[in-house]
Design a protein around this ligand. Structure first.
Ligand SMILES: [Zn+2]
Length: 603
């Protein structure tokens, strides 16, 4: 996938790993066998075979993967033993994640178990119902030889099927990856899922759904996915894969999230949010599918090579995540999965969200990306501590698009920027830096004040000029003073974690109803909470009753109270009554994904 790095690593491997004494080819694949046949124990029993073990070699276990959080996956590894050419070998612990073995062997074999009992697209889970596996949470790598090719075999419980992003290997029942990074980027689902597929523009799409058939409409899901993949491949003017796999899980619990991979994605949405509408699924799918370009192929230099132990500096997340959200929303609109009104309302709510966080005055969006590593701590999410790089990054994507269109008479756009990054970096196997991005923006739209944009809006904390940018497209941002519903308490959640009440206003109805700091909120009005309850108040008004399912000291409670009222500013985005033809042209181009230079051509 990244030819340049592979060549560097491969030549390093030839120098370091060859060991003529033992007659092994340096590129002999590492073999892993994962035995899932006792799912009730949650234990994945792993055998790893390492041909050509050299004196003093090391094995290492990742501390992070998927989420920008050091999660120390080694915590779930138990009963590690080794054999050197069949004889017991005692490994030495080098540090928390690393072991070494001093003697050479023609084959070193490891046996160990991993406790896999965390649901969700970022984790590894084995239970009686199914398995969802991210291999970096399960498998050791060779820290000095991560470019080694890999073969994987899975032993499944009776009656289970397997879907994996890995390619089939040369032997029956075997899968392969060119190296460990690719293995880590290729999750697997095992169990009794439903499977659908479709072909589009020469590629095949597999749709794996682990869900109760009552909980979703398969025809509606496929129809939406076809529109999303058609819109985004048309936008990028390419289909850079032969096969793409969507893995969906609609659990009867509160687990939610989506994780992108180069040729697929894993998406969990609670079933109580998929039964009546697939809007949540569509929004996540549109975001994750765009990631196959933005972050997987159009990849910041800072994310490579992956440091599985210490993490990587993530100063580009406003672009890699935020602008992916920009395209998630534009894709829903351009695929006619949402209306113009819904698009404008979403934009207004994103502006509202940014303006509700005092940290916007002192934390730049670049700093928020670098601080992503703190997202495992719920208190990091206090509005006074942090902003969201998803939120501000998505808005910056919109502003950049409008700014480029305005500066070029709607002849260039953010779409052209993404295509140019794809052509100049992804297709050449190069990673981009922040200065590459600045140069491309400047070349694309010399009249756009790129330097100020990056200094003030990306690296700085100057308030964003929404009114100015929106006016380029004949839109205005209106504010109304309203009586908004008030929960009467503050809550926080870590990324992918649970909602915890931090403080309760003693004069509020929630306090009178018995809500306490430290309570964990599981459901709101019967629906699993996957975002803060404050973000679930749309369409509600003061006086409306809310019901929370609460967990406190291991016991479950229900707390019911009427919403209070507070004075708040509500934002609205609307079209101006009078628009110039330039404004009309930018608005239409932006919403439909067109420019003047490509007028008539499909997207
Ligand atoms: Zn994302």
């Amino acid at each position: 996938m990244r030819p340049k790095t592979l060549i560097v690593l491969a030549s390093f491997c030839l120098l370091s790993a060859a060991h003529p004494l033992w007659g092994q080819e340096p590129e002999a694949p590492l073999r892993y066998q994962l035995d899932l046949r006792e799912p009730a124990t949650h234990l994945v029993r792993v055998t790893m075979q390492i041909p050509g073990w050299t004196r003093g070699g090391e094995i290492q276990f990742p501390a992070w993967n998927n989420l920008y959080q050091i999660r120390d996956f080694v915590r779930d590894v138990q009963d590690l033993t080794a054999a050197c050419d069949g004889k017991p070998a005692s490994l030495s612990r080098v540090d928390l994640e690393t072991w070494s073995y001093s003697n050479p062997c023609s084959e070193l074999t490891l046996h160990y178990e991993v406790y896999a009992n965390q649901p969700g697209p970022f984790s590894a889970e084995l239970d009686l119902h199914h398995a969802f596996l991210n291999f970096a949470l399960l498998l050791f790598y060779l820290p000095k030889d991560r470019a080694r090719p890999i073969r994987v075999r899975l032993l499944l419980p009776q009656g289970w099927k397997l879907a994996t992003l890995l390619d089939a290997g040369p032997e029956p029942g075997e899968f392969q990856a060119v190296n460990y990074d690719r293995l880590a980027d290729s999750p697997a689902e095992a169990g009794q899922f439903s499977e659908y597929d479709y072909k589009q523009r020469g590629a095949s799409y597999r749709v794996i759904v682990d869900a109760d058939p009552e909980d979703y409409s398969a025809p509606k899901l496929l129809k939406a996915l076809k529109r999303i993949t058609a819109t985004e491949t048309a936008l990028m003017r390419e289909v850079p894969f032969k096969r793409y796999t969507f893995i969906f899980d609609f659990p009867h619990s509160g687990v939610a999230g989506g994780m992108e991979h180069a040729d697929g994605t894993a998406i969990y949405i609670p079933a109580d949010r998929t039964r009546s509408s697939l809007a949540a699924v569509e929004a996540v799918a549109a975001h994750e599918f765009f990631h196959l370009w933005n972050v997987k192929r159009i990849r910041p230099q800072a994310l490579e090579p992956i440091d599985y132990v210490h993490g990587n500096d993530t100063r580009d997340l406003w672009f890699s995540e935020g602008v992916t959200s920009t395209y998630g929303e534009l894709t829903l609109l351009r695929s006619e999965l949402i209306s113009r009104r819904e698009f404008f309302d979403h934009l207004a709510s994103e502006i509202q969200q940014l303006r509700s966080r005092p940290a916007r005055f002192y934390q730049s969006v670049v700093a928020a990306g670098r601080d992503a590593w703190l997202e495992k701590y719920p208190d990091y999410f206090r509005p006074e501590r942090s902003i969201s790089y998803y939120n501000k990054g998505e808005l910056l994507g919109d502003l950049l698009d409008l700014g480029i269109r305005h500066a070029t008479g709607n002849r260039e756009s953010l779409d052209d920027l993404m295509r140019r990054l794809n052509r100049d970096f992804a297709e050449k196997g190069r990673f981009f830096t922040e200065s590459d991005l600045r140069v491309i923006v400047h070349r694309l739209a010399p009249g756009f004040p790129a330097e100020e944009f990056f200094r003030n809006d990306v690296d700085g904390t100057k308030p964003l000029d929404f009114a100015g940018y929106l006016a380029y497209a004949g839109l205005e941002l209106r504010t109304n003073q309203v009586q908004a519903p008030d929960l009467g308490f503050h809550s926080l959640m870590s990324f992918g974690g649970r909602v915890r009440v931090e403080s309760v206003d003693p004069a509020s109805a929630s306090a009178r109803a018995g809500l306490q700091p430290g309570d964990v909120l599981i459901k709101m009005n019967g629906t699993y909470l996957t975002v803060l309850p404050d973000e679930q108040l749309a369409g509600m008004k003061p006086g409306d009753e809310v019901v929370f399912s609460v967990e406190r000291n291991g016991r479950d409670y229900e707390v019911t109270f009427p919403l209070g009222a507070k004075s708040a500013v509500r934002y609205e985005v609307d079209e101006m009554k009078q628009m110039s033809s330039a404004q009309h042209s930018i608005l239409r181009g932006w919403l439909e994904g067109k420019t003047e230079s490509a007028a008539g051509a499909a997207n």
